[in-house]
Design a protein around this ligand. Structure first.
Ligand SMILES: [Zn+2]
Length: 228
């Protein structure tokens, strides 16, 4: 069980999980009750009821609705409606208060549903992003880590609480300066040595930060501590 399953209230599933459950893994499925191997297309035609013993397979809400309604004339309403946490129930044991969403690239997806749910659970949401995709989500802390080959889109700079530039070489220090012009005055500025170049770049970064104290050094401490 991963941490998200642990903190997520029972009965709350994302559409992704639901989709995952209904996507066929193969052409055959074993009946849970009579153990007969069932041909999936046939099982689906039989509305997920085992033709051998009449057992009703577990199906998701979407499939249930689609089976129930006429094929044409389905019109979905209220897609924007979001859950309200009326009970404000808190689990006895807390896993963490902060959830950091990081790469790949989180903003390639609409982060609104996920951050809304995390907020309902009373958690703080942090993101680390290249900023190259449209803004979405509700964030307590926004770390912008631009990439040279795919720059942030304009609106993202103003949102950054933290600008973090990964330093592979000398030119990245120039890039850092160039990027810092775009963020708000109270945005924190960090230079982080790329892990494989750390021996070489660290002295240069330290030197730079001594001369430009608005910048601070950032380290991947988990790597120094051997935490995977
Ligand atoms: Zn059966």
């Amino acid at each position: 069980m991963n941490w998200l399953d642990r903190i997520r209230p029972k009965g709350l599933t994302t559409s992704k999980t639901e989709k995952g459950n209904s996507v066929p893994e193969g052409l055959w499925k074993k009946c849970i009750k009579c153990q007969s191997p069932l041909y999936r297309p046939e099982l689906e035609r039989n509305l997920d009821v085992c033709p051998k013993c009449g057992y009703h397979m577990r199906i998701g809400a979407r499939r249930r609705i689609n089976i129930f309604l006429d094929e044409d004339g389905i019109r979905e309403i209220g897609q924007d409606i979001e859950a309200i946490d009326r009970l404000k129930f808190k689990d006895v044991k807390k896993y963490t208060n902060n959830v950091v969403i990081t790469g790949g690239e989180p903003l390639m997806w609409n982060m609104n549903p996920l951050t809304n749910e995390l907020k309902l659970l009373g958690l703080k949401t942090h993101i680390e992003t290249s900023g190259a995709y449209p803004l979405s989500g509700n964030w307590d802390w926004f770390c912008l880590s631009p990439k040279k080959n795919k720059l942030p889109i304009k609106e993202v700079y103003a949102r950054a609480d933290e600008l973090k530039i990964i330093i592979h070489n000398n030119d990245d220090l120039r890039f850092a300066q160039e990027q810092a012009v775009n963020v708000s005055p109270d945005c924190k500025l960090y230079l982080q040595p790329e892990w494989s170049k750390r021996e070489k770049m660290m002295p240069l970064i330290v030197d730079y930060v001594m001369k430009n104290p608005q910048w601070k050094v950032s380290l991947q401490t988990h790597k120094y501590l051997n935490i995977p």
